[in-house]
Design a protein around this ligand. Structure first.
Ligand code: MF3
Ligand code: CO
Ligand code: CO
Length: 275
């Protein structure tokens, strides 16, 4: 007896599905590269949202998945294309013409596009004005490495718990907090599918990974405590203790020997995953 379980067959992508996931993933990654030169002191997060909207719709001929997504009892649908999460905002920051970026801010942009029915979901940190505090800089580095540590645990036969455990061990050794309330997710024709990919947990627990599964790994790392709260707009998630927060996200495919990063950016060093 163990505390692991097998994936439902529908979570295993066909060769045709995988080809479409590669395209959706590449488009999402291209948005993050495209927006980089626009991130400067004085720009508003709504201006960045508009640029991404026009690029996705007009250049990529794709669908922005977040626009109109996520209505729930007591919560309106999200009305933008990207999430813009600045400083102590953990995730789901709402683009606004009142939010002007300043030098030293740390900004996460999270984008999801749909192409040919399939989703690509990715996010990264940007340092506004290319200079920030030593703490903010280290936090961003640790969040990215946390994602990579989780990715290193991915191979057929490993479990979802192995991923979360690798992330939690690393982040806590750095004396930062890893957010519990939000997690990675299966992805394909469905935006947020099974399994839930927790960024903490026990080894050898949860769903067993199989070749052909696609999911995101997207740890949120807080400079202080892991606890969060949601603001009155029902979307913006902030750290409870007002400490800084950083996040990185990739959409990945489980392969025979490890994984393929579907949302890789050309300049990103992913050599440790090439086997
Ligand atoms: N892209 C986010 C994720 O990584 C989800 C954002 S949902 C939105 O899962 F509605 F806030 F955009
Ligand atoms: Co995302
Ligand atoms: Co996601």
């Amino acid at each position: 007896m163990n505390n692991t379980y097998e994936a439902p067959r529908r979570l295993i992508k066909s060769a045709e599905d995988i080809e479409k996931m590669r395209i959706a993933g590449r488009l999402a990654a291209e948005v993050l590269d495209m927006i980089k030169p626009h991130i400067k002191p004085g720009v508003t997060t709504l201006e960045l949202d508009t640029i991404c909207h026009d690029y996705i719709v007009n250049q990529q001929d794709a669908i922005p998945a977040c626009l109109g997504y996520g209505a729930a009892p007591g919560r309106p649908a999200f009305q933008h294309v990207i999430c813009t999460s600045v400083n102590h905002v953990v995730c789901h920051g709402v683009p606004s013409d009142a939010k002007k970026l300043k030098k030293g801010d740390i900004l996460n942009i999270d984008v999801t596009v749909i192409k040919d029915g399939f989703h690509g979901d990715t996010n990264m940190m940007y340092i506004v004005g290319e200079d920030t505090s030593i703490l903010a800089n280290r936090l961003c580095k640790v969040a990215q490495e946390a994602m990579y540590r989780g990715m290193e645990a991915v191979k057929p036969g490993a479990t979802i718990g192995d991923i979360g455990n690798a992330i939690q061990q690393y982040v806590e050794a750095e004396r930062f907090g890893v957010v519990r309330e939000y997690c990675g997710h299966g992805i394909g024709t469905v935006f947020h599918d099974e399994p839930q990919v927790l960024h903490y947990g026990q080894p050898n627990s949860g769903m067993i990974l199989e070749e052909g599964m696609t999911f995101t790994i997207e740890p949120m790392v807080n400079a202080g405590d892991w606890k969060t709260k949601t603001l009155g707009d029902k979307w913006t998630v902030v750290t409870k203790d007002h400490s800084l927060s950083a996040q990185y996200e990739h959409t990945i495919l489980v392969t025979k020997n490890g994984l393929e990063v579907l949302t890789a950016r050309p300049e990103e060093d992913l050599s440790r995953f090439q086997k």
